[in-house]
Design a protein around this ligand. Structure first.
Ligand SMILES: Cc1ncc(COP(=O)(O)O)c(C=O)c1O
Length: 367
């Protein structure tokens, strides 16, 4: 697209730019390390500073970071964790993988995040944590979410995989709870190919997270394992890419907001298309999401756009409809509804205004 081709308009970022390539070559030429070392520390400091966290710890992806968050909080067999029924499957999988049980809760249709009222109804003495997913940079009043967790003595883990660059009242998402989790897997707001990070302000949790990602040992190279652990270390080569990506983050966040505004403006006359309430002061939508109220029209539009080379993606299915979670029954009216009606329009920050105009013209032609 930025190379002059508008044959296909899709969601993909040509993320490995000249800056990343140059930085990798320079780093290797300087005798740089492949494994986690100084560049990883520098990248972690950038994430901590950007999000306003005391600590950031990088890991190999945003699924492992959720698993480590749960392990750091000693959540496992016999425990329950509240998870929204509409999220990328990794949120629920992380809970299952540590041996705990995800308690799926319906979402609030106004922001696609966990329904706090319904959450209260499910909390039991076995419930240890809320995994709040800041889906697509949106959230509730996060002070209410924190208050709910505190009232019931639950840990709050924020799955902010989709929310780098998004805030609530100026405070970065992922920093309200005990631990926040980010993903840098392609194509996220920034990417290191695969990658993830945990943020926390808690000294003890930071210490545990660092040990868990390194086989449970307090120090690398020492074969004493204080706690159960994984090998989820990052690499300096990824960190070199991440550092360059972080330099582009402000630009990307602004572009995401501009793009969302432009889609809203160009599609505002199509009655069947609904945009979710989105405060663009704080929220940088990772994907340009729309809801098509009329039953069946989402799938017809999807086909129509795909046939014309426009890369769009229907919303995730509700988690309880996926085979590993089919055992969970409940009232999931909103997650079921949006998963049938939601569509992610092309969202790469490299789309030009002309690309977006073409997408919108094609959407209009459909209607
Ligand atoms: C909400 C959410 N959580 C977790 C993940 C998993 O991240 P990763 O792909 O880095 O494992 C994703 C990935 O898209 C996500 O969207």
């Amino acid at each position: 697209m930025n190379k002059g081709t508008v044959q296909k308009i899709n969601q993909m970022e040509p993320w490995l730019g000249e800056e990343e390539k140059r930085a990798m070559i320079e780093y290797l030429d300087s005798g740089g390390w492949l494994t986690e070392f100084e560049k990883t520390k520098e990248f972690e400091r950038m994430i901590a500073d950007y999000t306003g966290s005391k600590y950031a710890v990088t890991v190999n992806n945003g699924t492992i970071s959720l698993i480590i968050a749960l392990m750091a909080l000693n959540i496992g067999y016999g425990d329950e964790v509240i998870v929204p029924d509409f999220t990328m499957i990794a949120s629920a999988n992380a809970v299952t993988i540590v041996g705990a049980r995800p308690l799926l809760v319906d979402i609030d249709p106004s922001n696609l995040c966990l329904n706090l009222g319904k959450t209260k109804e499910l909390i039991s003495p076995r419930t240890k944590a809320i995994m709040y997913v800041n889906l697509n940079g949106r959230c509730h009043d996060m002070n209410e979410t924190v208050a709910l967790a505190r009232r019931y003595n639950l840990y709050l883990i924020e799955d902010a995989a989709q929310s780098l660059g998004s805030r609530f009242m100026g405070k970065h998402l992922g920093t309200f709870g005990d631990i926040g989790s980010f993903s840098f897997s392609y194509p996220k707001v920034i990417t290191t190919g695969q990658g993830g990070a945990l943020v926390t302000d808690d000294d003890e949790l930071y210490d545990r997270i660092k040990k868990i990602k390194d086989f449970g040992r307090p120090q690398s190279g020492v074969d004493y394992h204080e706690t159960m652990g994984l090998n989820s270390k990052f690499t300096d080569l990824q960190a070199v890419i991440g550092i360059e990506q972080m330099k582009k983050l402000d630009w990307r966040v602004n572009r995401k907001k501009e793009m969302y505004r432009l889609f809203q403006q160009l599609l505002k006359d199509i009655e069947q298309i609904k945009f979710l309430p989105t405060n663009l002061e704080d929220c940088a939508p990772w994907f340009n999401d729309i809801i098509l109220e009329q039953e069946g029209i989402r799938d017809e539009l999807t086909r129509f756009l795909k046939e014309r080379g426009i890369g769009i993606r229907p919303f995730y299915p509700a988690v309880h409809t996926q085979p590993p979670y089919a055992y969970i029954k409940g009232d999931f009216v909103n997650s079921e509804d949006v998963s049938k009606k939601g569509l992610w329009l092309p969202s790469s920050s490299f789309l030009t205004d002309e690309d977006i105009e073409r997408v919108c013209r094609t959407v209009k032609a459909f209607f």
